[in-house]
Each structure stands twice: as C-alpha cells, then as structure tokens.
Design a protein around this ligand. Structure first.
Ligand code: NAD
Length: 251
C-alpha cells in the first residue's frame, strides 16, 4: 500500500462533501477538496489542516471534460495519484414535470451523471496503476422516486446502475465501487427544498424528523461515516452495493 493514500472528494466545499473530506483526512488520507470555485474550498481545507491532515483546494466543474481532467492532473502533481474518489457534487433543479425545463433536466444530469462518469474515468487510470481503489457515489433515497424530482430521481437511480457497472468492470483491478444513498441530511441543499415547499428550514426539519424511525434528521457526518467504511481497507469485499443511510429502512 502507498501510504498515505490520496482521496478526491467532489462538491466538498460544504455539506456532506466537506464532512467526508474531514473524515477521510482523519482516517489518514490526503484529501483533494474539489468544488466549482477553488476559493470556496478554503474552509474545508483549513479544517482538515487544523485537524493535522493534508489537503489542497481544487476548482472544477465535474461535468466539464477538460476541467475534470485538469483537476485530476493537479491532484496527481500536488498531492499524489488519487486512488479514492467520492462523487458527491450535486445540485437540485426541482420542479413538477409539466414545469420542468430542458435546462433543469440537463444541468442535473451534467453534474450527477456526467460528472461521476468523467471523474471516475480520470481517476480509474491511477487506481488501475496502483492495483487498488475505492469509488463511492452519492445516490439518494430520491432514487426510489420523489414528487418534483423527476430529473434528480432519474440521476440518483442512474448512479446506482453506474455503481454496479463499475463494480463489474473494475473489481478485477482491486477497485471497489459502492453507493451511499442518504435520506434527509441537514445541509444547505435542504434549504432549497424548504423554500420550494414554502416552509421555514426549522418547520421543514421538524416535520420530516417525525417520520424518520430514529426520530431525527441526518447530519453530514452520518454520511461521511458510511463513505469512510466503503473507502477503508476492510471493505475490500464489499462491491457494487447501495447503502441507504436514512434513519430507517428503504426499499
Ligand atoms: P450541498 O448543496 O450542500 O453541496 C453540494 C456541493 O456540490 C456544493 O458545494 C456545490 O458547489 C458543489 N457542486 C455543485 N455542482 C458542482 C459541479 N458541477 N462541480 C463541482 N462541484 C459542484 O449538498 P449536500 O446536501 O452536501 O449533498 C451532497 C451530495 O449528497 C449530493 O450529491 C446530493 O445530491 C446528495 N444527497 C444529499 C441529501 C441531503 O439530504 N442533503 C440527500 C440525498 C443525497
């Protein structure tokens, strides 16, 4: 094993990605903190460094072919070849079908599906060369269907198929691919949903928590813990799985 390993976490300026970057750094990995704007990654990078870890900030749109390639090349140069990839970057463009625009559809597909594809295609070269790798894709309970989220549900279900296809293709190279499907996690993304439903953030969270078996909404760290497991040495025989982390069972 090359020690320490390098992880690349997309959409890591805030929310689940930031918590995951911090957690992987605590697990002993160097972490590339990637988000749309390099300057937005500073808080996560500072938090990793303050905790004694090593991190760099990388600005890139994961849905852009050249930007994705350049981002991975920078990580190789400045931190080491990435063998752990967490495809976490995400956006919402919620609307009921009859009001959903082509732009709403295409932008969600570009970040979630095209972004995970481009980043995985770049990173797998380094994983294959190392004979070891971990890819974790962020799906969602919305993959099971959700009103107002035809685009997002399709993308998150698509990521589950993508995960299983990579598990078949890359397993022989020592690379595992798994997905974490979060339920309701308290992040800025949820604020957008509360606004769409004309609720305050607090009203929304309180209402949702009542219907979650563990009686609370999730925190970004709940997801980071699951990602950490999939990225660990110990998870080498776990491949192509979708783990719902939602405070209760999901189909
Ligand atoms: P968030 O909105 O707080 O953070 C997402 C990050 O992704 C932002 O920093 C954003 O700038 C970045 N990003 C967006 N487009 C990008 C692009 N093209 N290239 C690079 N970075 C980009 O969201 P979050 O709640 O932390 O969600 C993280 C992931 O988890 C997403 O994939 C989301 O769909 C998924 N998820 C979240 C929840 C939830 O309840 N919060 C539930 C299920 C799944």
């Amino acid at each position: 094993m090359t020690d320490p390993r390098t992880a690349l976490v997309t959409g890591a300026a805030r929310g689940i990605g930031a918590a995951t970057a911090l957690r992987l750094a605590a697990d002993g990995l160097r972490v590339a903190v990637l988000d749309l704007r390099e300057e937005d990654c500073a808080a996560t990078v500072d938090a990793v460094r303050a905790a004694g870890g090593e991190a760099i900030a990388v600005g890139a749109d994961v849905g852009d072919t050249d930007a994705a390639a350049a981002a991975v090349a920078r990580v190789v140069d400045e931190l080491g070849a990435p063998t752990v990839l967490v495809n976490n970057a995400g956006i919402l463009r919620d609307n009921l079908l009859f009001k959903m625009t082509e732009t709403d559809w295409d932008s969600v597909m570009s970040v979630h599906l095209r972004g995970a594809f481009l980043m995985s295609r770049e990173v797998q070269k380094h994983q294959v060369a190392a004979g070891w790798g971990r890819i974790v894709n962020l799906s969602s309970t919305s993959a099971l269907g959700n009103r107002g989220q035809a685009n997002y549900a399709a993308a998150k279900a698509g990521l589950q198929g993508f995960t299983k296809a990579l598990a078949f293709e890359l397993g022989r190279f020592g690379i595992t691919t798994n997905a974490v499907a979060p339920g309701f996690i308290a992040t800025d993304m949820i604020r957008q949903t509360a606004e769409r439903l004309h609720l305050t953030y607090e009203q929304f969270v309180e209402g949702v928590a009542k219907d979650i078996p563990v009686g609370r909404v999730g925190q970004p760290e709940d997801i980071a813990n699951a990602v950490s497991f999939f990225c660990s040495e110990a998870a080498g025989f776990v491949n192509g799985q979708v783990l719902y982390v939602a405070g209760g069972p999901k189909a």
